[in-house]
Ligand binder design. Structure first.
Ligand SMILES: Nc1ncnc2c1ncn2[C@@H]1O[C@H](COP(=O)(O)OP(=O)(O)O)[C@@H](O)[C@H]1O
Ligand SMILES: [Mg+2]
Length: 269
């Protein structure tokens, strides 16, 4: 294990539309301004994909790799600031369903794949579908995004429950998005923490919050990250703080890197 083994962080939520993609795009932008290399694995089947938000159109995706038509290296696209994107929203379903021969093929592809990155962020999509569990279950760290809506909390709880019971995950970092105040954010987190403690005997961590910001829409229309358009906004300042906290997280070292991640996900090696 070396210092340059990347951290693998899955960003998920129970409910859709809580701000995962927007968070991943802005976090990646911030990390890249620190001269660190970021790879985003876009596994969100939702509408506003990473590539749409960055205004780039990938020609190929993970499905082409699984079909043996492209190498992994060939499907990676370059976004702004040297951010790399692995388009995986197509092909993920197949990835969770490979036969042994395909697994071995995929593994050899992964083993020969060399990419120097510091942080890998996975935009997993919402819910508790196979692909969300596949990615969250194999990442080193799971960030769960919630809003103060009760439905968002209930769905986040369902996700945490299944990841802890069926995947042995015991660490969750909760980010409260679109809040009106720090107080509201913390009380939202507390509600989730109390049920996780009571029913799952699990202590979850408070990562922090991001304020509701009406201009986020403008950034999406402009196909740029919000913080590159509004670097001094309250949202941006909070995001920088979260970025620092995330970079300081000390995940279990033996589990870093893309290779380890894929092997765990494919349950091989
Ligand atoms: N902090 C925020 N303030 C205001 N709007 C936000 C914020 N975060 C996300 N949004 C908006 O909420 C919607 C859903 O965000 P998105 O990142 O696509 O969610 P997800 O990926 O979880 O489905 C988008 O229209 C986005 O612009
Ligand atoms: Mg999304």
């Amino acid at each position: 294990m070396t210092d340059n083994t990347p951290k693998v962080i899955a960003v998920s939520s129970g409910k859709g539309g809580v701000g995962k993609t927007n968070f991943v795009v802005n976090l990646a932008t911030y990390i890249s301004t620190l001269k660190k290399k970021v790879l985003i694995i876009d596994a969100d089947l939702g509408l506003a994909n990473i590539d749409v938000l960055f205004g780039i159109a990938p020609k190929f995706n993970l499905r082409h790799v699984l079909l043996g038509q492209k190498r992994l290296m060939e499907i990676i696209i370059n976004g702004p600031n040297g951010i790399m994107i692995l388009p995986a929203s197509s092909g993920v379903r197949e990835l969770t369903n490979l036969n042994n021969f395909q697994k071995i093929q995929m593994l050899s592809e992964i083993n020969s794949f060399e990419l120097s990155v510091d942080v890998i962020l996975i935009d997993t999509g919402a819910g508790i579908s196979d692909n969300v569990l596949f990615f969250c279950g194999s990442a080193q760290e799971t960030i769960v995004i919630v809003t103060s809506e009760p439905t968002s909390l209930a769905d986040a709880y369902a996700l945490i429950k299944i990841l802890s019971k069926d995947f042995g995950k015991d660490r969750f970092r909760v980010l409260v998005n679109m809040t009106r105040s720090e107080k509201e954010a913390f009380s939202t987190f507390r509600k989730l923490a109390i049920v996780a403690d009571k029913f799952l005997n699990l202590s979850i961590d408070y990562l922090g919050y991001l304020p509701y910001e009406q201009h986020v829409k403008d950034a999406i229309i402009a196909q740029k990250s919000f913080i590159s358009l509004y670097p001094n906004s309250p949202f941006a300042k909070k995001l920088y703080g979260l970025g620092e906290k995330i970079l300081e997280m000390k995940p279990n070292d033996s589990e870093g890197g893309l290779q380890f991640f894929f092997k765990k996900a494919l349950r091989v090696g």
